[in-house]
Design a protein. Structure first.
Length: 555
């Protein structure tokens, strides 16, 4: 921690504005201009991580591209002589909406004003193809200039451009859980309407003094509530407010993004109408090319979603309901990340993923198809430590009382592949510690299984499709060798990608609350069986492992 008077990157420190696990924020004097700025310095550990450095630079560039009177401006970035990354931004003297609320200084009229100003920032960012991903009152900065209140949206630190390559596979799930949209918690693709859900949660807090699903609720229960429970009613906690507010929150926090307000300005206009006693505009879902309802939007990178865009054709899903998460990790305060799966909507056909016209992949070449440690590290977003490659199937499934669900639980299990006709396997686990408090683990597992023919490989995938579907939304147990007691494995919903890859989310209670994603794909005569455990986008990472390996298989 730097003291007042210290100099860093040419900036003189005047005081400490905040500190956390990722680094510290200082009030500094600009070395050239007569102004004070906020300077964020990342921790030495994160600054040494090459993948994080690249991510930080990219996200800083995204934030710096936004120039709007309601967005905190980014000035510069760089690194110190000893390699620590830093970024300078506009210093907003005043408070934030969360602190103002705690001080009892937020009336319904002021809440509407704050939300309307934040809405301007969000609509601008969305028009620039950028989503904020962490909309909450603590990031609504309040200052007074000449007796006029200004509201600025800050902390675009986890904002991401929608055309970022990392979002073309699946949406990111970084979020503050009390304000997180269902599609964010599920690891599904997201667009700006996830920010609108968070803005609705923020409005609810500013009106009632509490987060939508409670302030003292365990993280797993809060996640479950976002995924499953109906939006709360404002009038339950503030009876003197009109029921019009209930309608505003119900629309803003609709589970299906199609049924939410389609721009932040629309949400702000509805809030103003509720405040003034006027009729709340009815949200009409955008026209769709498919009559089936859409539970989640398709990836915004492919759709070019904007606040005025029409709803695209739904992604193929399986019919079902929202799931309940039974337990999750002991995560970092409320600024946590999580990955669950939601039960999707329409039923896919068991489309074959093989190309039988191509010659089979020689089963002796399976190890050459494995990703390198560097490739896995890029996908996981952290440096991974590899273990030895094995040419034997795993036997951990024997410790599961409910062995039927061993398939969606762990890759490369002998019990799962028994009788399928497989002839060869190459598999490898990789792991790395996380960076949170407590550390969140990162694990990856790649298993590549060879079959005599593409037909046999696809038959195995088809049989697993039924098994994974039966295990969806169930909780099973596993007795870890060497560890006392049973670990509960909470499965999310089963889904398939457009190319037929099976996906499943799971939470391992009792194993530090690991959040994991499973994926099983088939290319030619090869089954690609992967797992990713991460506080980031576990399902998306597991799918990326499959796709990167599949890219090595001709035909």
């Amino acid at each position: 921690m730097l003291s007042a008077g210290s100099v860093i990157a040419g900036y003189r420190v005047e005081g400490v504005l905040g500190a956390g696990g990722m680094g510290s924020v200082y009030l500094v004097a600009n070395p050239v201009l007569p102004r004070r700025e906020a300077l964020k310095v990342l921790s030495a550990e994160l600054s040494r991580d090459n993948d994080f450095r690249a991510r930080f630079m990219r996200e800083a560039d995204v934030a710096a591209s936004l120039v709007h009177p309601n967005i905190v401006e980014i000035y510069s970035r760089g690194e110190t002589d000893d390699g620590q990354l830093w970024i300078t931004m506009q210093y907003v003297e005043g408070t934030d909406a969360d602190d103002a609320l705690r001080a009892g200084a937020i009336s319904p009229a002021r809440a509407v004003f704050i939300v309307a100003e934040v809405a301007k920032a969000l609509d601008y960012a969305h028009q620039q193809n950028v989503i904020h991903r962490d909309v909450k009152p603590a990031n609504f900065l309040l200052s007074s200039e000449g007796g006029v209140e200004r509201v600025l949206l800050g902390d675009f630190g986890i904002a991401r451009a929608l055309d970022d390559v990392g979002l073309t596979v699946t949406g990111s799930v970084l979020a503050t859980v009390p304000y997180a949209a269902p599609e964010v918690l599920s690891g599904m693709p997201i667009d700006g309407r996830a920010d609108l859900y968070s803005l609705g949660c923020s409005l609810f807090r500013l009106l009632t003094g509490r987060t939508p699903f409670g302030d003292d609720v365990p993280v797993p229960a809060m996640m479950m509530a976002h995924l499953q429970q109906p939006p709360p009613r404002v009038t339950q906690y503030v009876p003197q407010l009109s029921q019009a507010w209930d309608q505003v929150i119900a629309t803003a926090m609709a589970k299906d993004p199609v049924h939410r307000f389609q721009s932040a300005g629309d949400l702000a206009a509805a809030a103003a109408a509720a405040l003034e006693g006027r009729a709340i505009p009815v949200v009409m879902p955008p026209p769709s090319t498919n009559a089936a309802p859409t539970v989640m939007p398709t990836p915004p990178t492919q759709l070019g979603w904007s606040p005025s865009a029409t709803q695209p054709k739904p992604v193929r899903r399986r019919r079902g309901r929202w799931i309940a998460a039974g337990a999750a990790a002991a995560l970092v305060a409320v600024g946590t990340t999580a990955t669950l799966a939601m039960q999707p909507d329409s039923s896919p056909t068991a489309t074959s993923t093989t190309t039988t016209s191509a010659p089979p992949v020689p089963v002796s070449d399976l190890e050459s198809l494995m990703l390198t440690t560097e490739q896995v590290s890029v996908i996981m977003g952290v440096g991974m430590n590899p273990e030895q490659v094995s040419t034997n199937m795993g036997g951990d499934a024997q410790y599961m009382p409910d062995k039927e669900c061993a398939g969606p639980w762990a890759p490369g299990q002998r019990l799962v592949y028994a009788g399928s006709g497989w002839v060869s396997v190459a598999q490898q686990p990789l792991s790395a510690p996380g960076t949170g408090q407590p550390p969140l683990p990162y694990q990856a597992f790649q298993a590549i299984v060879g079959f005599p023919s593409a037909d046999l490989a696809d038959r195995f995938r088809a049989s697993q499709m039924g098994t994974w579907e039966r295990c969806a939304n169930r909780t099973v147990q596993y007795e870890s060798p060497g560890s006392p007691g049973l670990v509960s494995i909470i499965f999310g919903a089963f889904s398939t990608t457009d190319d037929g890859t099976l996906t499943m989310t799971q939470i391992l209670e009792g194993a530090q609350g690991w959040l994991c994603g499973r994926a099983l794909g088939v290319r030619n005569n090869v089954a690609i069986d992967t797992l990713a455990c991460s506080p980031d986008d576990a399902v998306g990472q597991a799918v990326r492992l499959v796709n990167e390996i599949a890219a090595k298989i001709s035909g």
